[in-house]
Design a protein around this ligand. Sequence first.
Ligand code: BGC
Length: 413
Amino acid sequence: MKMKKFLAAVSSLVMLGAFTACGSSSDDSSTNSNNNSNNSNNSNNAEATTKADTDSDAGADNSSSAGGKKVGIAMPTKSLERWNRDGEYLKAQFEAEGYTVELKYSDNDTDQQNNDIQSMIADNVDLLLIAAIDGSTLSQTLADAKDAGIAVIAYDRLIMNTDAVSYYVSFDNYTVGKLQGEYVIDALDLKNNDGPFNIEFTAGDPADNNAGYFFNGAYDAVKEYIDAGKLKIPSGKKKFEQVATEQWSTDKALENMQNTLASYYSDGTQLDVALCSNDSTALGVAQAITSDYNGKNSPIVTGQDGDIANLKNIVDGKQSMTVYKNVSDEASVTLEVSKAILSGQTPDASLISSLDAEATYDTSSYDNGVKVVPSYLLVPYVITKDNLDLLVETDLYQWDSANKYLESTASTT
Ligand code: BGC
């Protein structure tokens, strides 16, 4: 199909190292437990009243409407692996369609992200794609974007407390956590096995709206076994706020797990599960288990993202699984939504059938405090040491020369 061929072309360009490094002026170095049901109800369409409405040939073929249009992309940080990939894929895919791209990373600093977005507004971008560092700190800046007639897509992370965001493109975040919880249930055979087993949670950054969804998805999945006494939490930390990890930091996750192990496991108590919301935190937790855990067993460690270091840990038995989210597909869905907006259309459920990536259109789950933001949600899946080849099939990963570990085919990761 058209987009598949396009993606194959993009990934071979990546493999040839044909892309220039990501442009960056800045950083080169709810806990809502809704299961984000597929809702094709189109009643809550975004109002994408933008410059595109006035200065584009609305109704023209999308692919020919890029001429001269500029897209501003604000990514949180280069220090977490996945955002390097997101930035690279978005830039490559938009440029391949003729758009000019301004890409900025803001070093996980909210003031800097506000400044970076302001400078893209001043540069007259036609559209903003924003993966927020802190979803609640962009209201004023986005009001300025709205005044300038610039449409905003919240990329991966919902932007809160603003009516200036037109769409949200992400994965089904609650399901990400649910898949982690279900993995634990299957691995310990909790339906048949009374245990008890000991579990500890490590969640994400409280400033990231996704973090609560991941935690709740996982917690809700295992809750019946906690309630039944088959899973115990020796630390007693079962609330998101108690296990959150600022900025998704590997070092903080390491330190928190070291403290938990020292306080609750030094007497020989066995740790069976470290349920981590993502790979950057799982990396720290696995490190703490290696250095500070005295038990003979290898605890189950969950993750999310398919980061290279974590895939190595999966091969080495230090991490059990990762929930994989194909961010190249996330970029391509964002591109399709953007093309529609920039050609003066109002994307809705009908866009789904033209996407090559599997996604749902949801107009009920993601309320940002001011409006329910229409969302395109892609589908995550579980990767373990037994199905790593599925990653190779995406063309985004390849086996290394020793055929032992996976490496990225992209140039920046
Ligand atoms: C993303 C995750 C990522 C985390 C830290 C979240 O918003 O959805 O994929 O692991 O941020 O970068």
